[in-house]
Ligand binder design. Structure first.
Ligand SMILES: O=C(O)c1cc(C(=O)O)c2c(n1)C(=O)C(=O)c1cc(C(=O)O)[nH]c1-2
Length: 231
């Protein structure tokens, strides 16, 4: 098997998003058409927080493996974006604001013992993947971020429109991601397109992205099963 050109490889990665990214999940589709109950929305915010809490950990595992100082200097910003630092609260705190806007307490959000088993299983698998796999594959698993900006823009507009009971400040997390994500994406594409040269490396990156799409999909499956009453 011959390696793809960088253009073909990027097109393969992007087409995966069209087929498997979680914007297609029925739970997300219902969110965007205003069909979620308050309980379903709260259930999503509470369980997705487990994913948010674990992003800096998986990024720290990848950081230890990146070969160049230049790449580590860029990657470390991801940890700061979520954990924050003095005077800049960061994404985890912004997600707590979202939780409060939907009626959850900080204690409920940080109570990891009540996370749904399926959510825990999916998120832990993602962290473990980044701990165990070579850095190229671990980084490639973050390529779902390529597809996130469109979804986040739609989410901000549709949630404001359909769920007026959620205070607009609660959506600050998503607004901040829209400004942070472009630099993440630029770095990711550089890392993956420049370093996956052989067909085997490219295939491993495609599989890593498929795996990550499955993580996000499974998270929503678990939330839907737990909170959505069958009609
Ligand atoms: O709300 C979303 O749909 C969504 C999806 C994703 C993603 O595609 O992985 C991320 C985020 N949000 C996000 O906010 C975020 O910080 C983030 C980091 C990563 C990653 O894998 O490194 N994905 C995502």
């Amino acid at each position: 098997m011959n390696a793809w050109s960088a253009e073909e490889f990027e097109a393969r990665l992007r087409s995966l998003g069209e087929q498997r990214y979680h914007h297609l999940h029925p739970f997300n589709e219902r969110m965007h058409t205003g069909l979620l109950t308050e309980e379903e929305f709260r259930g999503w915010v509470r369980n997705r927080f487990y994913y948010q809490m674990n992003l800096p950990k998986k990024d720290a595992f990848i950081l230890t493996k990146l070969p160049s100082r230049e790449d580590r200097r860029r990657w470390i910003q991801r940890i700061i974006d979520h954990d924050g630092r003095t005077g800049d609260e960061g994404g985890i705190e912004k997600w707590v604001r979202l939780g409060e806007a939907v009626g959850l307490t900080r204690e409920e959000l940080f109570d990891v013992d009540t996370v749904l088993p399926g959510v825990r299983f999916a998120v832990d698998a993602y962290v473990d993947f980044c701990r165990q796999r070579p850095w190229l594959e671990a980084a490639a698993s973050a390529l779902t971020e390529l597809f996130a900006p469109d979804l986040l823009s739609r989410r901000i507009a549709d949630v404001q429109h359909h769920y007026p009971w959620i205070a607009a400040e609660g959506l600050e997390y998503f607004r901040a991601r829209l400004t942070q994500q472009p630099k993440d994406i630029e770095h990711l594409l550089e890392l993956v397109l420049d370093n996956a040269r052989t067909a085997e490396q490219q295939d491993a990156c495609v599989r890593a992205l498929e795996f990550k799409c499955d993580v996000l999909w499974s998270l929503l499956d678990a939330v839907e099963l737990a909170y959505s009453k069958s009609s």
